[in-house]
Design a binder for this molecule. Sequence first.
Ligand SMILES: Cc1ncc(COP(=O)(O)O)c(C=O)c1O
Length: 354
Amino acid sequence: MYFLDEKVRNLHRIFDQNARRGYLRLDLNENPGGLPQELIDKAFDGVITPEFVAQYPETLHFTEVLAKHLGTDISHVCLTNGSSEAIRYVIEAFTSDNGRIVGVVPSYFMFQIYSEMYGKNIVQVPYRDDLSMYVEDIIAELTEDTELLILLNPNNPMGNVYTREEFEQIMTVAREKEITVLVDEAYHYFYPETFLDYALNEEHVFVTRTFSKAFSMAGCRLGYVIGWPEGIAMVQKLCTPHNTNAFAMQMAETILETPGAIEGLIERFSKGRSYLIDALDEHGYKYQGQAGNFLFIQPKTDAHTIVARMKEEKKILIKVYPDVGHLGTCLRVTIGEKQYMEQFLNALLELDRL
Ligand SMILES: Cc1ncc(COP(=O)(O)O)c(C=O)c1O
């Protein structure tokens, strides 16, 4: 008898990563300029031999390098094919059928997708109109039957962050009600505050991170999840064999082991961010969310028209976001090096005229 899972049939997926070649890509929070070529050459020159390509990837060495970088050992770390894969496995393993998951909205859309994929019940806590997320709104949803709480620090797309006090308040309730907490730190390094210490020191807290954003390696697909050893072992059981590829680990190791490489990436990004923010202030724009590598900008004219014209006339990809609290429909723009921000700003000033 043929069978198709209704959950899969009803799942609505958007695959928006294609047909982007030739455009300035400020729509998916990648680094538009990418890594310095010298770093790529350093990673791969003389390394890519027939054996390197032919062999299944070995993960132990890179996991050790990464664990050392994080100040821990390998029992706390599981490598994944991008952090979205780590998120998927945590949802799969740590919630029951129709299990209650609490998350904030708007947020990274894959939380919703994975929850629907596995038949979970995701309850979303909305932002207030001033675009702040109140801890009491989250805590109000942490019922006895909640199994997983998902927080993003900083959040994509709102760019808000949680203070240590706020996080501790949430954790107090989560511990009491035995709720697993997943903190998505995809935008770590752009924003240095972290809750990694919770994931390293207590049970039922996971932190996921990625090499796609600050490390500028989205094309390589590499992420990881940090947690307590038993929790990590459960996530590992779900991984497809050889889910992290040798090229990605080689590139990531080179970045981690090259003194000043991460700092250099962040410095170039920060200059782009300062330039864009100063220019937006100067031209009277309202914007929100600078903790990650993206910004919401309230346009002066119609956001949909600007996004369409940016693409057609300026070959720049950005996103439109409806209902961004009091800012209304906004543009979401990835922040990159100054030259790209200049290109974007010039286009914005030309197209967004009353
Ligand atoms: C908040 C957040 N988490 C996770 C991801 C997934 O990143 P990746 O699967 O490339 O590691 C993204 C990607 O945009 C994101 O914005």
